[in-house]
Design a protein around this ligand. Structure first.
Ligand code: GLN
Length: 533
């Protein structure tokens, strides 16, 4: 029997960026998965970077890491959290990766004298990557980054237009996410920019099948009729999507609007009704008035963009909801703390998180926060760099004043954190990190083992530096212990505080595996310690 053809859904954006296209794509995926389809998601980013590893998180938000070690756009994090499914490198393509492939093929003589052009060579390479990622799935959803009309994303838009020819238009649905501004002077929701955005898309050869209209406040139902008439999209295929109290509500809103039916109809597929009972309970849990509230101080250097720590914040919220608590996140400026040493802000919060990070800036503040948490028995969760600064802080607190990481002081006499032997000399280049899933063995009887309920775990990594084994024997005299190590015992993966209410820090990034319906054990433990106080 011939294999069932994969159906494709392309999600583009118009009017402006930042509309939550990623959440929309993830939500469509969630709803279709709940209807029994096998779903994959993929993000196409128009930057010339090869991956997100070198992108500035202040501008682009967090770099999400997949199990196979791909450094990707943060939307992959939404996809994983909504689908509750682990994705891979094939779910993330950036222009740089596509261009590199096309140019390498040319250099390798694979095009035999052809003139290499955006159309068809680049657009074909994009289509190949889309088709490859869709293999074996019932539905493959592809989000195109940026706004239609951007110079940079033109090749992607052209590629998805051509894709309709490649696999048959009946196998493709085009979803356009637009924006409806609200004019407070006339109390009106306006559809004109959305109409223009649809015209832009049509001008590039794509007629949208589905419209998702984002707005800050609820738009009147009449907006649907208007959008349908002026944009040539069935009224039943228009969804109004006002800002939600929680992003996890979006699949429910799309379901209510019947967008899943519109998509199934367009793609000629049938399925049972969506099984969303668990998700509904989750959304109620997220939205309900919680019993308690805890405050978490996040000691960080990027103070102006919550996207930078997206998965960390999500993981904190997941754990809090499941313990009937709200969580208030307070930014603590690492640079400022480094300069002043003023611990008032650290005192004012219930617990401290030091998230991942690279480079010198702000690191002295993070070390001070670690020392403060260790000495004052303040609950502390360290994530990657957060573990490294705890090791440094504990050593300094024990009198080794110049303890440091070779990342921050190349010639320190006490490199308690250093580079692995095989990475020496490659410190500042791309692609030299320990990336993706690695196993860890947890000591029996440790807090971490109790939290995980297991002593064999696998977690995601993204770092270059490691705890220096020459100092491991001293840990206990510093007030910490290594309770998680790589299976060969060589690499420290988790440390805990001794006689401390909650001090757990990991070399890996647990935040990437937290799910709204299944909070991560380490975050559960941390929030639990704050709620119990
Ligand atoms: N900069 C540190 C390292 O490379 C920590 C990295 C991180 O926090 N992701 O090891």
């Amino acid at each position: 029997m011939a294999e069932k053809a994969t159906k494709y859904i392309f999600v583009t954006g118009g009017v402006l960026s930042g509309l939550g296209k990623g959440i929309t794509a993830a939500s469509i995926g969630k709803v279709l998965k709940a209807r029994g389809f096998k779903v994959n998601l993929q993000k196409c980013d128009p930057y010339l970077n090869v991956d997100a590893g070198t992108l500035n998180p202040r501008e682009h938000g967090e770099c999400f890491v997949t199990k196979d070690g791909a450094e990707t756009d943060l939307d992959l994090g939404h996809y994983e959290r909504f689908l509750d499914q682990e994705l891979t490198q094939s779910s993330s393509i950036m222009s740089g990766r596509i261009f590199t492939k096309v140019i390498e093929d040319e250099r390798n003589g694979m095009h035999q004298g052809d003139t290499i052009q955006i159309i068809p060579h680049v657009t074909n390479a994009i289509q190949d990557a889309v088709q490859e990622a869709g293999k074996g799935y019932d539905v493959h959803i592809v989000e195109i980054g940026g706004t239609v009309g951007d110079y940079e994303s033109l090749a992607f838009v052209e590629a998805i237009r051509e894709f309709g020819l490649r696999v048959g238009r009946e196998n493709c649905a085009y979803v356009h996410v637009v924006y409806l501004p609200y004019l407070s002077v006339s109390h009106e929701t306006k559809t004109k920019p959305a109409q223009s955005a649809v015209r832009d898309l049509r001008g590039l050869g794509i007629t949208p099948d589905i419209l998702v209209a984002r707005s800050e406040r609820p738009a009147p139902e009449s907006a649907k009729k208007k959008l349908s008439l002026f944009c040539g999209v069935d009224e039943s295929a228009v969804a109004l999507l006002p800002n939600a109290q929680t992003i996890y509500e979006v699949p429910l809103t799309l379901l209510q609007a019947g967008i899943d039916d519109a998509i199934c109809k367009k793609l000629g597929i049938t399925a049972d009704v969506a099984q969303m009972g668990d998700w509904e309970s989750l959304v109620s849990l997220a939205k309900k008035q919680h019993n308690t509230k805890v405050t978490v101080g996040v000691v960080a250097k990027y103070m102006d963009n919550a996207d930078t720590y997206m998965s960390v914040f999500e993981a904190l919220r997941h754990a809090a909801w499941h313990q009937d608590s709200d969580v208030e996140i307070k930014w603590i400026d690492a640079e400022e703390l480094g300069k002043t040493g003023n611990t008032a802000e650290l005192e004012s919060v219930d617990g401290i998180v030091v998230p991942g990070g690279f480079g010198n800036r702000g690191v002295e503040g993070k070390i001070k926060a670690a020392i403060y948490a260790l000495k004052n028995k303040k609950p502390y969760l360290g994530l990657c760099l957060g573990m490294q600064v705890m090791v440094i802080g504990a050593a300094r607190n024990a009198g080794i004043d110049d303890a440091n990481s070779t990342e921050f002081s190349a010639d320190t006499k006490n490199p308690v954190i250093h580079t692995m032997e095989d990475q020496k000399g490659k410190e500042n280049t791309g692609g030299t990190m320990r990336l993706g899933d690695y196993p860890c063995k947890i000591t029996t009887g440790s807090k971490s083992e109790a939290l995980y309920g297991d002593s064999d775990i696998v977690e995601r990594h993204r770092h270059r530096y490691e705890a220096n084994n020459a100092y491991r024997e001293q840990y206990e005299s510093w007030g910490i212990k290594a309770v998680g190590v790589s299976p060969d015992g060589e690499l420290v993966e988790i440390i805990e505080g001794i006689d401390h209410p909650f001090l757990v820090a990991s070399q890996f990034h647990p935040e990437f595996k937290s799910r709204p319906n299944r909070p991560h054990p380490m975050f559960n433990g941390f929030i639990g310690a704050l709620v119990a106080k």
